[in-house]
Design a binder for this molecule. Structure first.
Ligand code: WQD
Length: 338
């Protein structure tokens, strides 16, 4: 059985390819290299000793998707990462997000629905909850009106999958990520943000290595213990392993419904200042940062209720924030040859 990983040269995708290969799966990657580098293929191979098949393909091209599935007709599982994911950019350029994040999903599902039976793992996000009322956040917390076109594409994507799985041989699991951080312990693969990082951890490591002058902390006047926002930072390797567990659940027909949803987090919330302090501890570096105004669209607090993932999916995050930050730092030093 061959597994297609779309966006498999990206941050979470590449770590998931490693874990799939570790579990003996035969992997083909489809990536357009718009937000990743072909060198990641060597990184994956350096870790597993097996070079995955790779096709550079623009999945927004329906014919190209059809041709791909004709060529790789033994693909029966898809883990779909390929999507645009910058919240701010999605506000400025919504149609790019609807074309890429919704159009591509439709083309992939149109190919899978031709098969007797298939498996689809969807990269969703805790963004669908907006600012949830209750902490920790369970899977049945209400999906709130999206705060950005990016978040909306995740909500719409989930609905498209539900509507489709109900009337086809597609079985799906929606994985709602909290905040993915860190890098593979080998430092052969990690996060490669293009341009100025939007996310906290890559901005921290780039500041520590001297690429950025200073980290801006977006607000310390939130209703939290130290005034900065709280998030659930999950190690990308733990997150990758959850995808393999979810895929095996579908293959082994352990799923209770055609579409299941799981929150993927550590179940622990950390504030921005706690992340900074932890980074300083694990790296031995003093971080240059200043408190500035809040960033529009940020929510105060989000961390996962992990009971369903632990008890039903049978997956639990094993790596702590210290591990994530030290691996992110090791990766930053490696790619800057420092
Ligand atoms: C975390 C915290 C910021 C940068 C986003 C997307 C979400 C998902 C993960 C795709 C916040 C603060 C950040 C900085 C800061 N992406 N921060 N200075 O916003 O929780 O989630 O990425 O699925 O959909 O919304 O992550 O890393 O941007 O921010 O103070 O330079 O760090 O205010 O409190 P976020 P983040």
């Amino acid at each position: 059985m061959k597994i297609l990983v779309t966006g498999g040269l990206g941050f979470i995708g590449s770590h998931t390819v490693v874990e799939l290969q570790n579990e003996g799966f035969d992997v083909v990657i489809a990536d357009d290299l718009s937000n990743s580098s072909i060198n990641v293929l060597d990184g994956i191979t350096a870790i597993t000793g097996k070079k995955p098949e790779f096709e550079q393909i623009d999945l927004r091209d329906k014919k190209a998707v059809q041709d791909f599935f004709k060529k790789h007709d033994n693909v029966s599982g898809v883990i779909h990462f390929a999507a645009s994911k910058a919240v701010g950019e999605s506000v400025e350029n919504p149609l790019l997000y609807y074309e890429n994040n919704i159009g591509v999903l439709v083309y992939l599902l149109q190919e899978l629905q031709k098969k007797e039976e298939s498996y689809f793992i969807f990269s969703s996000s805790c963004t669908v909850y907006g600012q949830a009322e209750k902490m920790p956040i369970t899977e049945d917390a209400p999906v709130q009106a999206a705060m950005s076109p990016y978040g909306n594409t995740k909500q719409i994507g989930e609905e498209i999958i539900r509507d489709t799985a109900g009337v086809t041989g597609i079985n799906a699991i929606l994985l709602r990520y909290f905040n993915p951080v860190g890098a593979h312990a080998s430092a052969h693969i990690g996060e490669l943000p293009i341009g100025v990082p939007q996310n906290l951890v890559p901005f921290i490591t780039q500041t520590a290595i001297g690429l950025r002058e200073q980290l801006s902390v977006f607000g310390d006047d939130y209703p939290t213990p130290d005034g900065t926002c709280i998030r659930d930072y999950i190690h990308v390797v733990d997150l990758a392993k959850a995808h393999v567990t979810a895929l095996k659940r579908l293959i082994e027909k352990k799923n209770k419904e055609k579409v299941e949803v799981f929150n993927l987090g550590t179940g622990k919330g950390n504030s921005v200042l706690e992340v900074i302090n932890t980074f300083e501890k694990v790296s031995g570096k003093k971080l240059n940062y200043k408190i500035v105004d809040r960033r529009a669209g940020d929510i105060t607090e989000a961390y996962a209720d992990t009971r369903k993932a632990n008890d039903v999916l049978g997956w639990k995050a094993e790596l702590a924030l210290d591990d994530a930050l030290s691996s992110a730092w090791k990766w930053e030093q490696k790619i800057r040859n420092k």
